[in-house]
Design a binder for this molecule. Structure first.
Ligand SMILES: CC(C)(COP(=O)(O)OP(=O)(O)OC[C@H]1O[C@@H](n2cnc3c(N)ncnc32)[C@H](O)[C@@H]1OP(=O)(O)O)[C@@H](O)C(=O)NCCC(=O)NCCS
Length: 152
């Protein structure tokens, strides 16, 4: 642990998952329903929290197909007070280090085309934009797909 925070992998710890769901509901643009959270499969879903002094500052949820080395970033969310701060940088660097340690070679994601803050965040962190998927989201919004090659 340092003054920026600590990255921890979470699997079936109910209490922590409940707190993550609360953050998702409050701070994620397209939060998941209860039934969507119930579909998590710890064989290929990886949930990480970033914590400081027992507070969850943010979380990231990935899926990785067994035997593959491509990460699908399903959700990343930092609580609003920590956005644009050293905590945000620390969270992202810790995640990338973890993914490299897991032997991953790239990160793929979809982001809503109106989510300009997240798009800028990904672009400044070297993601390349791939294509647009029309009406990808349940609200009718389009998705941009993006990819980051992880350099070890
Ligand atoms: C996505 C997220 C993790 C990024 O972390 P962050 O700390 O906010 O990112 P940063 O502040 O480092 O980078 C965002 C950039 O967008 C800029 N920005 C902020 N609001 C913006 C807006 N409305 N339009 C365009 N750019 C914007 C910021 O100034 C910053 O650029 P800079 O570093 O050049 O100043 C965080 O914003 C978040 O949790 N958002 C809610 C959940 C979410 O949308 N997740 C992504 C879903 S795919």
């Amino acid at each position: 642990m340092n003054s920026i925070g600590k990255l921890l992998r979470v699997d079936s710890q109910e209490v922590i998952i409940e707190k993550v769901k609360e953050i998702d509901q409050k701070h994620f643009p397209n939060p998941w329903s209860y039934s969507e959270w119930m579909t998590l499969n710890w064989g290929h879903h990886y949930l990480y929290i970033f914590t400081l002094e027992d507070e969850i500052l943010g979380f990231a949820l990935f899926s990785i197909v067994t035997g593959d080395n491509v990460v699908h970033l399903l959700k990343i969310c930092l609580c609003p007070p920590y956005r644009g701060t050293e905590i945000s940088k620390g969270f992202w660097i810790s995640l990338l280090n973890e993914l490299k340690q897991l032997g991953m070679s790239s990160v793929y994601l979809e982001v809503e085309s109106t989510n300009l803050r997240a798009i800028k965040f990904y672009k400044k962190n070297n993601f390349e934009q791939l294509r647009v998927i029309k009406s990808f989201y349940s609200n009718g919004g389009d998705a941009l797909t993006m990819n980051l090659t992880l350099v070890v």
